[in-house]
Design a protein around this ligand. Structure first.
Ligand code: KG4
Ligand code: ZN
Length: 389
């Protein structure tokens, strides 16, 4: 079955076409087309994602990306003559430019051979989420196919569970429950147990900033561009490579507390105070601060993951979200599992699926479709959606 997937929860606009086959265990996915546009450089001057800019960019980019993904998949059937678009397909679109973008797309594109559309319904920035939902529903109405709403975080979980078969194909295999998902991104830091497909228990989460947000904020303090995670990692690695003892150190917030919760805002403040107290911040000091911050973030991640693994005794630890790309965190989690939990399978997403993308939304969409547990039609953007709700 072929499906079209859309992701617009934050600052990546993604459209993917997937060929999906099989039942839950062993489900396989061929990426027929994947068009992804990152707005990161546009948001960089603001030091974070600026919601109205994200919305406008999604509005301008969705139609061209849908065309690109359909073309790559061989499913694009352009119409030679413009055909008028039924007004009811566009009834929810208030923005005139967005409306005419969709209208042009629908007028010049014949209904492709796809069974349904999967779109991110939350969590994320509501103006951004609405853009994807409105686009998906317009296409769904015009082509008379269902649109199902997907939890972005469920997408991140499945991206970690997929095994790569080739550059363009993935498979869900060796599923064993319970699965402990550790979701670390710009908006989330949480442990969730998947007891069986789509049944979730929340074990712990951040009480303030997300870990990726802390990386982004500290990067800003160090005058490094957004998104700050990869920047901090790069700058810290230079200090790490010197192999000298780092004189700078930051607290490990909530390390002693016996929950699986986190707090990152104090760590960011500690970096701020450290910078204020220093007379001179040269490149070397900057690198040491980045390293000390990354060490502190990594250490709490390890302490809390150990606690979560002991409390939930999962068969699989699946790490997902943008921060799962962090080399230092990845290395430390691998060492923790190798040393203390060698009977647990530790899974990270393939590099192509780590950040936000539409492929993971399509994967979750197909699996939800198989289970019949999806929500269809009249979707709403749910900025604070919690897994399982
Ligand atoms: O999952 P994601 O692409 O978007 C959200 O749903 O938030 O995650 C983005 C976050 C950003 O905060 C970014 O700075 C962080 O992931 N990130 C990293 C790394 N790569 C991306 N943080 C630390 N180290 C990295 N290598
Ligand atoms: Zn994400």
């Amino acid at each position: 079955m072929k499906i079209l997937a859309i992701e617009t929860s934050c600052d990546e606009t993604g459209v993917a076409i997937l060929e999906c086959e099989g039942s839950f265990e062993g489900a396989s996915f061929t990426i027929l087309g994947n068009a992804l546009y990152s707005q990161a450089t546009l948001h960089a001057p603001y030091g974070g994602v600026y919601p109205n800019l994200a919305k406008r960019e999604h509005q301008n980019n969705l139609a061209p990306l849908a065309t690109e993904a359909l073309k790559a998949s061989g499913l694009l059937k352009s119409r030679t003559k413009d055909t008028p678009v039924n007004d009811s397909s566009l009834e929810n679109i208030r923005d005139q430019t967005f409306k005419s973008n969709i209208e042009d797309f629908l007028a010049s594109t014949e209904k492709p051979d796809i069974e349904f559309i999967a779109v991110t319904k939350g969590p994320g920035l509501e103006p951004a989420l609405w853009t994807g939902i409105n686009f998906a529903e317009s296409l769904g109405r015009a082509w008379n196919i269902p649109v199902i709403g997907i939890d972005h975080m469920e997408g991140h979980i499945f991206s970690a569970l997929l095994k790569k078969l080739s550059d363009s194909s993935f498979q869900l295999s060796g599923m064993q429950f319970p699965i402990l998902a550790f979701l670390i991104s710009g908006g989330h830091t949480e442990f969730v147990v998947m007891k069986e497909p789509f049944v979730y228990e929340h074990i712990g989460a951040t009480r303030d900033d997300a870990i990726g947000e802390a990386f982004d904020k500290v990067a800003r303090l160090l005058d490094l561009p957004y998104p700050g995670g990869p920047q901090i990692a790069e700058v810290a690695s230079r200090s790490r490579a010197r192999g000298e003892k780092n004189e700078i150190s930051f607290p490990r917030p909530m390390a002693q507390d016996d929950t699986c919760d986190f707090s990152f805002s104090g760590l960011k403040t500690a970096v701020l105070y450290k910078l204020r107290d220093m007379d001179k911040i040269d490149e070397k000091v900057k690198e040491q601060i980045a390293e000390a911050f990354e060490d502190a973030a990594r250490d709490v991640v390890i302490i809390k993951t150990k606690r979560a693994l002991e409390a939930t005794e999962p068969k699989i630890l699946a790490v997902g979200g943008g921060v799962s790309a962090n080399t230092e965190i990845k290395r430390a989690l691998t060492a923790l599992v190798d040393e203390d939990f060698s009977d647990i399978q530790l899974l990270f997403p393939d590099a192509t699926l780590t950040g936000d993308n539409a492929i993971m939304i399509g994967v979750a969409g197909y699996l939800r479709h198989l289970s019949g547990t999806h929500t269809a039609s009249n979707l709403s953007a749910l900025g604070n959606l919690k897994l399982g709700e």
